[in-house]
Design a protein around this ligand. Structure first.
Ligand code: PLP
Length: 344
């Protein structure tokens, strides 16, 4: 064992969520817990968020949604991965709400529900083209949904979309498309109570994007946007820590490497936290990394690769920026074999 650990301070997740809820009220917060809660561990995160008053979770997959259900018996859980019939059956049993952005999937979900009125959120493609019904197909799609609702197979509780959050102008165009889609759904006789469009960046910055609900992932874990500022009240919840295993002249060797999920491309590009403050990360090998030494460095000293900054380390987004990716990616790459340790 290398001794590496991902330390998760659950109190910081609570504090981040409190900040976000106050920020977007009266809109609700959906906490996105896909990818094992961005690497933090879905079970502990859902328990913490539930205790903090979060009653909406976004799971992406049905499998994760079922797991969230076990930890949050009364929450509303949104799973938007287009999924096969067997998984849809599990979703119905677990009372998940399904994101539906495809006409064939709408019929599949309705057929599996067979009169049980599963809650669905219809997705309009507002330009990101990941999934979602194109505007030209939307009138027929909502008409079909209204018929399936009248038959008792589905209940259309939401209309939603996902935006790029890369340019305000593109997001504004997407929002206009979204509003048109909501109007058309109403004209078709649907009464979607929950409209949701924004994730962290737009939901935080732009009130007109909040609608009824904001789907927060990154900011809940304290991960800022790439090229975005650190935000008041939003602090990284996780710190990736490993001990010094050997001294080697002017470098120390630390027990964390590429096999643990640390991108080797970070070598030479970022600094890490040490008992003496920030030091250069010189190289990332398979099982170990080399860090610029400090006076009195000792075997067993702790090096922090990312975290809230207490020892001079950078946040996960700064690491991501150094290798042209986002902070979330740095987090979800931490190997599941690295133990998660919880406090708070
Ligand atoms: C991942 C995801 C989110 C959360 O995005 P963040 O930028 O991490 O807040 C919201 N909605 C959808 C559809 C997503 O896939």
């Amino acid at each position: 064992m290398s001794g590496a650990v991902l330390r998760v301070d659950l109190a910081r997740i609570r504090a981040n969520l409190d900040t976000l809820r106050a920020r977007v009220a009266p809109a609700d917060v959906m906490f996105v817990v896909k990818d094992d809660a961005y690497g933090h561990g879905v079970d502990a995160v859902v328990r913490t968020a539930t205790a903090a008053g979060i009653d909406w979770f976004g799971s992406f997959s049905i499998a994760t949604g079922v797991r969230v259900r076990a930890a949050a018996p009364t929450a509303r859980i949104f799973a938007w991965a287009t999924s096969p019939a067997a998984e849809v059956d599990e979703a119905i049993d677990a009372r998940l709400e399904l994101g539906v952005g495809d006409a064939g999937y709408l019929d599949l979900v309705a057929t599996r529900a067979a009169g049980r009125g599963i809650r669905v959120h219809l997705k309009i493609d507002t330009g990101l083209h990941r999934n979602g019904v194109r505007p030209e197909d939307w009138p027929a799609f909502v008409a079909r949904a209204a018929a399936l609702e009248a038959a008792g197979d589905i209940v259309v509780t939401g209309i939603w979309s996902h935006i790029a959050e890369a340019s305000d102008a593109d997001d504004d165009r997407a929002r206009a498309e979204f509003e048109r889609a909501v109007d058309l759904a109403r004209a078709a006789g649907l009464t979607p109570g929950v409209r949701h469009l924004a994730a962290s960046a737009a939901g935080h910055a732009r009130p007109e994007f909040r609608n009824d609900l904001v789907r927060f992932g990154a900011f809940g874990y304290g991960v800022r946007s790439a090229d975005g500022p650190a935000l008041p009240g939003i602090v990284p919840a996780a710190a990736l820590v490993a001990p010094v295993v050997r001294l080697d002249g002017d470098t120390v060797v630390v027990g964390l490497g590429a096999l643990d999920g640390l991108p080797s491309t970070l070598g030479g590009r970022v600094s890490v936290g040490t008992p003496a403050g920030a030091r250069a990360l010189r190289r990332v090998d398979l099982a170990e990394s080399a860090v610029e030494a400090w006076p009195d460095a000792q075997v067993g000293d702790e090096v922090t690769f990312f975290g809230p900054g207490a020892h001079g380390e950078s946040d996960p987004t700064t690491l991501g920026e150094a290798i042209d990716t986002v902070g979330e990616e740095v987090l979800v790459r931490v190997s599941p074999l690295v133990p998660r340790e919880y406090s708070g």
